[in-house]
Write a protein of this length. Structure first.
Lengths: 158, 163
């Protein structure tokens, strides 16, 4: 019993020391489901991510600088084209090949041409480009070992 | 004859001015016996670079705008291409594999600090994005390239300004 108590206290001490020497501060996190595929910072502390569930259903999630949801949708072969705190643009192939423009209230405008397929960036859904930081902080993918799921974590630089 | 002379002179001057305007200028280079696979500009003329050494280990360098090394990491096993997460003139964040996936934050004083999140481990970029082009080659005043010397079997990170 003494040994167990000692180990628990040792774990707490090590964790506390890690937290103390760590400069970056965790601010919030969002569920990345089974796997996160693409992340784009909006430059103001928020971001958009594309993730997939264990049944291979993909979704796009746009969150503000506090981690609160602005927009979420089920997507297929999607690729983030641009993201700011005012607007999100992505390509999607769920219903038709189209470009989706989302405003800060979650309203969508879809752009598609009957004789064209809109890919956004070529191979963007297979080899996605990412923007992981802004002036005040950065994002990191975390594998939560307790639940075997991923999270996207927001850190401030200080 | 005079007119022809004038025209020739004007043409020569224009050619020279065009050369002057469009010539990129090499500012500095860092050469090493390793393969540089990722360069991330800091936005102010400096950059960080990840290179794979002859032992297959990844080395991270952080350069200021004059090409001086501000920081170099210990060799890292388990190299993947998207090892540098972000770089500014004030901060570098990269993924270390010692002893397990761990994000490292480096400040201007070269202090290395772990980025910690309880209950799991952090590996920065999404895994599918690790194989994508994760480099940032340009800033407002110039660009970086990775040059390969096929005779010496070295690669170099080279800084050019646009003018």
């Amino acid at each position: 019993m003494k040994n167990f108590t000692f180990i628990v206290w040792l774990c707490i001490a090590v964790t506390a020391s890690c937290i103390k020497i760590s400069a970056a501060t965790e601010e919030w996190s969002v569920d990345g489901q089974q796997m996160i595929y693409q992340v784009a910072a909006d430059g103001k502390g928020g971001c958009v991510l594309i993730r997939s569930e264990t049944n291979s259903v993909f979704s796009i999630l746009w969150v503000d600088k506090k981690g609160a949801e602005i927009y979420e949708a089920v997507v297929s072969n999607a690729s983030i084209i641009s993201c700011s705190n005012k607007q999100l643009v992505y390509s999607d192939n769920l219903n038709d090949s189209e470009i989706v423009q989302v405003d800060s209230k979650g309203g969508t405008t879809k752009i598609s041409k009957p004789d064209e397929e809109a890919y956004g960036s070529y191979l963007g859904n297979m080899m996605p480009s990412t923007v992981m930081s802004d002036k005040k902080g950065f994002f990191a993918v975390k594998m939560d070992v307790l639940i075997s799921r991923q999270q996207l974590v927001r850190f401030s630089n200080k | 004859m005079k007119k022809l002379y004038k025209k020739t002179l004007v043409a020569a001057l224009i050619s020279l001015s065009v050369l002057f305007v469009f010539a990129a200028t090499e500012k500095w280079r860092y050469t090493a016996p390793m393969i540089f696979v990722q360069v991330v500009a800091d936005g102010n003329g400096g950059c960080s670079a990840a290179g794979l050494d002859t032992n297959g280990l990844a080395n991270i360098f952080w350069f200021d705008n004059k090409g001086d090394i501000k920081y170099s990491s210990a060799p890292n096993p388990g190299f993947i291409s998207g090892i540098i997460q972000s770089c500014s003139k004030k901060q570098l964040v990269y993924m270390s594999m010692i002893p397990m996936p761990l994000l490292v934050q480096v400040n201007q004083k070269r202090d290395e600090k772990p980025v910690v999140s309880l209950g799991g481990f952090l590996y920065g970029r999404p895994l599918p994005a690790m194989i994508a082009n994760t480099s940032v080659f340009t800033d407002n005043k110039g660009f970086f390239v990775i040059n390969v010397n096929t005779n010496a079997k070295t690669t170099a990170v080279v800084r050019y300004t646009y003018k």
